[in-house]
Design a protein around this ligand. Sequence first.
Ligand SMILES: [Zn+2]
Length: 177
Amino acid sequence: MINGRLYRGQWGIAGEPGHYRVVPEGRPCGCGNRGCWEQYASGSALVAEARELARRSPGAAVRLLQLGGGSAEGISGPGVTQAAREGDVAALRCFEIVGRWLGQGLAALAAILDPACFVIGGGVSDAGDLLIGPARAAFADGLTGGAYRTRAEIRLAELGADAGVIGAADLARRPES
Ligand SMILES: [Zn+2]
């Protein structure tokens, strides 16, 4: 939102920072490119980290594997969140990694847009402070001139996982906005 209005870009496809490339030749993305930010800072990124960890070091991921029904492929986002809430070190580590990617990317966005507030939605936002905590720390670390500027707020979307679909419906209702 810029000056209270949705910024749509010249061709209507602005606001896709998730497809900003953060890792050259990184994880494949549904958009056809590789290394997009959303492959590292999202609910599916959280699951990817947890599954990778469970495959690499099953001994360190006992609780994650248990919640996944015994296999790395069975590990889900809510499972990682549950394990982290129980204090599971491996699950907390996954949130640390994904939160760090999120905060670093927000710092890069702040260098371009200098917004007052970032609102985080999507399924992974259900995890709340488990994600936002590490994101805020990484944002503060990565912010250009961080010691000399007001820090943008990082908040959770009130509509949580439904924010995207409700926003799309609202946009269809008000095409001129
Ligand atoms: Zn992409």
